[in-house]
Design a protein. Sequence first.
Length: 397
Amino acid sequence: MLIRGCKEFVYDENETEYLDSRNNVPILGHADDRIVQAVAQQMSLINTNTRYLHPNSTELCKELVAILPKNLKKFFIVNSGSEANDLALRLARFHTGHKNVIAVTQAYHGNTTAVMEVSEHKFRAPHLVKEDWVTIVDNPDCVNGKLTNGHDYVEDLKTAIKENGLDKNLAAFIFESIISVGGGVIPPKGYIASAFKTVREAGGVCIADETQIGLGRTGNWWAFEADDHPDAVPDILVIGKQLGNGFPISLVVATEEIVRSLEQSRIEFFSTFGGSTVSCAAALATVRAIKNDKLVERARDMGFFMMNLLKTELESFIPTTVKDIRGRGMYIAIQYATGDLAKHVYDTLYTDYKILATLDGPLEDVMIFKPPLCWTETSGHRYVAAIRDILTHCPLK
Ligand code: PMP
């Protein structure tokens, strides 16, 4: 039971302090005062919706335009990542006139009906079956997948398009540049650009779901920038979770051509709470604070520090106990040899070291490090030393 938080620490009902390595949503830190003040002040003045003009929403979009690729400049403001991905699919369908969507294995894109259907992560539940309009291709996993044999995952995508006749009726490819819930899968360099190019050649729209990994966490403003290639720029970008530092707000950013297709359909877009004056105040203050605190640079530098520390301190356990350590910036995946081992480390971090961690991946064998970006070197030493201690005394090794 968590009662309060401060920076990268949280406190339970007995005032016991925990180091938080898992909560990516409060990207600035828990209960950041700038967001508290921005929300309280706006709430005390007025909180309406986007039927009315207010500088908060326009200022927010201006702050983002300054850090987005030039083609992405039309915004829809909604309340959650699920809602944003759902709208992104709808936009792609209006634009192309087609329904078919390609997604990758182990992806999670949210909890509305449409996005659940492109979330292979959820198909493992026996009552969920794949819909006909969904095509699933292997995610580009270089550690557990086929790549070790020189496998080319873009070829899989090309084959799937060809075999399913999707070059005539593809709406979208939805992709997360680090497959987060699927276990922190990092695509090989060049995959995003080539996959997006392939999809565009087939007439589809490329949707980048940066709900978890956007807004600086990976050491770039956007995770797709890892490819450093114009083809890797999506046609629709989804931003969520950390945008309001915990206050609910998400965004769909699309190209002008795509939004024009929606306008031509004459179907109005409206959301009662999406883009409320208060949620825009929270997001505006968050984006300004990320810029002001230079958190993108900090994510890159601290991520580099954490990766080095993990790799040197855990060296004797790699690769027998710790199968792999991978990441970008302050999104790092520590994959253990088994799910039982991962669970042991995760449980013991909590009970004996008062550190909150998280497990992901199909076998729940991957511990994801994605703390608030105010994380310090001191916290880093504490986190890594705890994992090393646990592994040293681990009965499961
Ligand atoms: N996409 C990804 C990659 C996510 O991780 C999540 C949430 N875990 C979502 C979409 C859904 O976002 P929300 O929970 O805000 O609806």
